[in-house]
Design a binder for this molecule. Structure first.
Ligand SMILES: NC(=O)c1ccc[n+]([C@@H]2O[C@H](COP(=O)([O-])OP(=O)(O)OC[C@H]3O[C@@H](n4cnc5c(N)ncnc54)[C@H](OP(=O)(O)O)[C@@H]3O)[C@@H](O)[C@H]2O)c1
Length: 288
């Protein structure tokens, strides 16, 4: 396809676990030119992007920080669509949650949306999370969570669930911004994302899985985990972008699996590792 006929789209946080698969998918289509934002284009942790098929002619990596409006505005200028994927995903309790987690998620999202509005971007697809859905004590007991449920901000604060709070606030702000300006925003709320890693570093959700095969814990909580394959998340993001009927928010998840069943599957695939031997009953709280 001639370069002029291709559509330009931007992916924020392109070097991350989910975004890398989305960039790969977009490049594979042939009709997208992809602008990927990363904080440091020279960092070896982004090298896998440059090796993707089609990257040489159709992928441009730009340096941008979510808290630096000008860098974001330069990245989205001239783009028809933007996939806002970047957001901190902490692996433990944060010592300064406001600065480390909430500001990049919330102010960062508003920076991206404002830049998209100014650049007349046609649609923004944003990655939220089921953690913005399911931390809701008022949801009827026994009813499956759906897109009408929003995590309770006070409950997130009380539990010091800063990541949950960051995703809830960011997604709420996104829809408020859409209502105010008319910017077309669709959100995807994945559950725990697992699957092959393209990047050289281990992200938080992959680490949850890896922790089961490190032999460090004899007993684990047998919680019901909601999982989704990273390639399905990339497909969902593209579908939300390309389907004109897509609107609002979409939970993206597969069927729930008990940790004991996950470990049985892992044992079959990778028998050489040491796994937890005992499982205790889950308190039922959803993690990540
Ligand atoms: N993995 C899951 O289970 C899961 C589930 C539901 C939703 N999500 C959402 O999916 C998205 C991607 O997560 P992931 O699992 O792929 O995690 P990841 O690999 O850690 O990716 C996060 C990305 O965000 C970027 N980022 C963080 N703070 C930034 C800032 N201030 N400025 C610019 N970029 C910043 C990181 O860039 P650097 O490389 O420079 O740090 C990284 O590229 C996030 O929005 C997350 O909340 C993930």
């Amino acid at each position: 396809m001639a370069a002029a006929a291709r559509k330009c789209v931007c992916v924020t946080g392109a070097g991350g676990f989910v975004a890398s698969w989305l960039v790969k998918l977009l490049l594979s289509k042939g009709h997208y030119t992809v602008r990927g934002t990363v904080r440091d284009p020279g960092n070896a942790k982004n090298a896998h992007l440059k090796a993707l098929e089609g990257a040489g002619e159709r992928l441009q990596l730009l340096s941008a920080d979510l808290l630096d409006y000008d860098s974001i505005a330069s990245a989205v200028a001239g783009c028809e669509g933007v996939f806002h994927v970047a957001s901190p995903v902490p692996s433990g309790k944060s010592t300064n949650p406001e600065e480390e987690v909430i500001a990049p998620a919330v102010t960062g999202t508003l920076n991206v949306l404002k830049a998209c509005y100014e650049a007349k971007v046609k649609r923004v697809v944003m990655v939220s999370s089921v953690v913005a859905v399911s931390n809701n004590a008022n949801w009827p007991k026994g009813k499956l969570f759906d897109e009408d449920s929003w995590s309770d901000e006070d409950l997130c604060r009380k539990g010091e669930d800063w990541y949950f709070l960051s995703k809830t606030l960011a997604e709420r702000e996104a829809f408020a911004y859409a209502a105010k300006t008319g910017l077309d925003i669709v959100t995807i709320c994945p559950s725990l994302v697992i699957g092959p890693l393209m990047q050289s570093t281990v992200n938080t959700s992959s680490n949850i899985l890896l922790n089961y095969l490190k032999g460090e814990r004899d007993t684990v909580e047998n919680k019901l985990r909601n999982l989704v394959d990273v390639r399905d998340v990339a497909d969902a993001l593209l579908l939300a972008y390309e389907n004109p009927e897509a609107s609002g928010r979409y939970i993206c998840s597969s069927v729930p699996v008990k940790v004991s069943d996950m470990i049985s599957i892992l044992k079959t695939l990778y028998p050489m590792y040491t796994y937890p031997k005992k499982f205790h009953r889950s308190g039922g709280k959803y993690h990540l």
